[in-house]
Design a protein around this ligand. Structure first.
Ligand code: ADP
Length: 400
């Protein structure tokens, strides 16, 4: 079966067509500037030249129509007819407490996604728009929703509750949700395969380290704690997000600088993190370059990041009562060997040790642990689209 994976943003829509039998991606692409002037679709057939199609896309439904047209085009298409698409899998950011796993979309599911808009005002509305657009353009094709939050719904109450007046949990559902769940679940499953052991036996710390970073304790295949919280602002410092800070700083700064809620939110989300500390960049490649050239704030930003990631490794090993492997993924986790090395440095006392030669490998699944290390260090490129397609396939086949 071929599955179309859709990740809809407010003015963009990413897609991948995945052939599940052949384990291939015949085509993928991106619609940009939906609803504004200059809309275009960039379509990339596997092994072929990318095609850029400039065409008005007033709505997401127009974008989906163009995607179908590109996929079935005589010249750069990869399927002969829309009927070859067996199902559509949608990335949906927030499933609140409604969704503990992926689901086939019906009206009730759409109402629940709508009910979570308050929790993810920037993401859930465009995700819903993408779903409605596909229903309109591809009637009768099963659609599944795969939530970033669902994997973390197994956290115990003591991990997801905040020590705030309980009424705010009841009134506003304020609690830890966690994000990047599709990625954490994917790499945890791949880690079990790579280690040749059943997930039910494993205690893993999965480290999704990219522009946004989150770390998860995966015990026996289930998320039992994760660093992001009520929003993706929490946890380790990120490219431009602060990560955890003393909450009193927010009130203090708002008063001192006479900041509005919106301004404060902007500071925490867009001008903090390693970009805010370094004053150089949110990109770790730029930080490494600047630090090498003697920029002490860039070096400090790197150290802050490494220090906080190490804290999570230790914390999660303790709450799980042991550790079998740490799993690095996403932009930094997959590509930045120097950072991996710093994060693992001195942790041989809990069994973690890296092999410098193996740690040079890139872009493929690998075990970079030193021979004999009791706890493995794995690098696993994430593939959220494949995970969405797999979950969609299982749902369509009625296996879930
Ligand atoms: P996003 O969260 O936006 O998907 P990514 O997962 O692409 O972000 O991560 C972006 C980060 O990954 C940047 O800080 C960048 O420095 C780092 N990164 C990406 N590719 C490489 C690479 N080839 N070498 C070193 N670092 C990389």
């Amino acid at each position: 079966m071929k599955i179309l994976v859709i990740n809809a943003g407010s003015s963009s829509l990413k897609y991948q067509l995945i052939d599940m039998e052949k384990n291939e991606v015949p085509a993928k692409g991106l619609c940009e500037r939906i609803g504004i002037d200059g809309s275009r679709l960039k379509h990339q057939p596997a092994g072929g030249e990318a095609v850029v199609i400039q065409s008005p896309m007033p709505t997401h439904a127009d974008a989906i129509k163009l995607v179908i047209a590109a996929l079935t085009d005589a010249a750069h298409g990869v399927i002969s007819d829309m009927s070859e698409i067996g199902a559509v899998g949608h990335r949906v950011v927030h499933g609140g407490e409604f969704f503990k796993q992926s689901v086939i979309i019906d009206d009730g599911v759409k109402r629940a996604i709508e009910a979570c808009v308050e929790l993810a005002p920037l993401h859930n509305p465009p995700n819903l728009t993408g779903i409605n657009a596909c229903e309109q353009v591809m009637p009768g094709v099963p659609q599944a929703a795969v939530f970033d939050t669902a994997f973390h719904q197994t956290m115990p109450k003591e991990a997801y509750m905040y020590a705030l007046p309980y009424e705010y949990y009841e009134k506003y559902k304020i609690r830890r949700y966690g994000f990047h769940g599709t990625s954490h679940k994917y790499v945890a499953q791949r880690a079990a395969a790579l280690l040749g052991r059943p997930s039910e036996e494993l205690k893993l710390v999965t480290l999704h380290l990219g522009n946004g970073s989150s770390i998860t304790a995966v015990n026996q295949g289930k998320s039992i704690d994760t660093s992001m919280g009520f929003t993706p602002l929490a946890g380790v410092p990120m490219g431009t997000r602060s990560g955890d800070i003393d909450p009193a700083i927010v009130c203090y700064l708002m008063e001192k600088e006479n900041l509005s809620v919106e301004q404060m939110n902007g500071i925490l989300n867009k001008s903090s993190g390693v970009a805010g500390v370094s004053g150089v960049s949110s990109d770790f490649r730029d930080l490494a370059e600047a630090a090498k050239n003697g920029n002490s704030r860039a070096a400090l930003a790197e150290e802050l990041f490494i220090y906080n990631v190490r804290k999570y490794i230790g914390t999660y090993a303790v709450i799980m009562g042991g550790l079998d492997a740490v799993v690095f993924t996403a932009g930094i986790g997959e590509n930045n060997g120097a950072m991996r090395k710093e994060m693992i440095k001195g942790l041989d006392f809990i069994g973690l040790q890296i092999d410098d030669e193996k740690n040079k490998l890139r872009g493929e699944e690998c075990d970079v642990s030193a021979d004999g290390a009791a706890v493995r260090t794995l690098v696993i490129p994430t593939n959220e689209e494949l995970m969405i397609a797999k979950e969609t396939l299982e749902l369509v086949r009625g296996n879930k």
